[in-house]
Design a protein around this ligand. Structure first.
Ligand SMILES: Cc1cc2nc3c(=O)[nH]c(=O)nc-3n(C[C@H](O)[C@H](O)[C@H](O)COP(=O)(O)O)c2cc1C
Length: 194
């Protein structure tokens, strides 16, 4: 039986509504990206874990694999804070650290793992990787939370609200950047130029 991919995508879309900013440091170089793949990964409240899925195309993927540390930030939808949230989203999700230092453009402090903590985020968990699952085009990381803080008492930013507020030129650039990323994923999954 062939898979009804429309039905599958309808079931799967929107399961993770909160965009997160993932940062890391590897060999003294800091970087980060945006992700819609984050989740909680522990049922033990006193021993929290987080999970993220990163595409191999992205520089942050290789850096987290190598360093074993990441910080995962939620963004704020508070009217007084949303501009800073969109700035983080556009900075980390709109280009690659291969093309320049993105972290230097944001307000940060250094976390306990050395990863940069984004001071304009809603809050964050900082993690040390305890599990890695290679799934062809991407890697799923699970990390023990080793530090966390909440900076804002406003609501968390959802991706639907963010898309509605992002400038059209930025979305165009993001979509153009997504083309080689998608091809790279297909190459990893099905073989080159599938
Ligand atoms: C809303 C949004 C969600 C994204 N989700 C993911 C994701 O789950 N995993 C991933 O690897 N990249 C994701 N990306 C793409 C990366 O953020 C983007 O390719 C980034 O430029 C990679 O930067 P880097 O090469 O410096 O790591 C997402 C981007 C946006 C804007």
């Amino acid at each position: 039986m062939s898979v009804n991919t429309d039905a599958a995508n309808q079931v799967l879309s929107g399961l993770r509504p909160f965009p997160v900013a993932v940062t890391t440091i590897d060999g003294g170089v800091a970087n980060g990206l945006m992700s819609l793949s984050a989740g909680a990964a522990s049922i033990i409240p006193e021993a929290p874990r987080a999970t993220i899925s990163l595409t191999k195309y992205n520089k942050t993927h290789d850096m987290v694999l190598s360093s074993g540390v990441f910080a995962m930030h939620i963004l704020s939808a508070d009217p007084a804070e949303i501009d800073a949230s969109l700035d983080i989203l556009m900075t980390l999700g709109g280009s690659s650290g291969r093309d320049g230092d993105k972290i230097a453009k944001l307000r940060t402090k250094t976390g306990v793992t050395g990863a940069p903590i984004l001071l304009d985020a809603h809050g964050y968990v900082e993690c040390r990787v305890v599990g890695v699952l290679d799934v062809q085009e991407s890697t799923i990381f699970v990390g023990d939370v080793v530090a966390s803080e909440v900076f804002s008492d406003g609501p968390k930013l959802r991706i639907g609200e963010a898309w509605g507020k992002l400038p059209a030129e930025w979305i165009e650039q993001y979509e153009a950047n997504h083309v080689p990323q998608l091809q790279s994923a297909k190459d990893h999954r099905f073989g080159p130029k599938a």
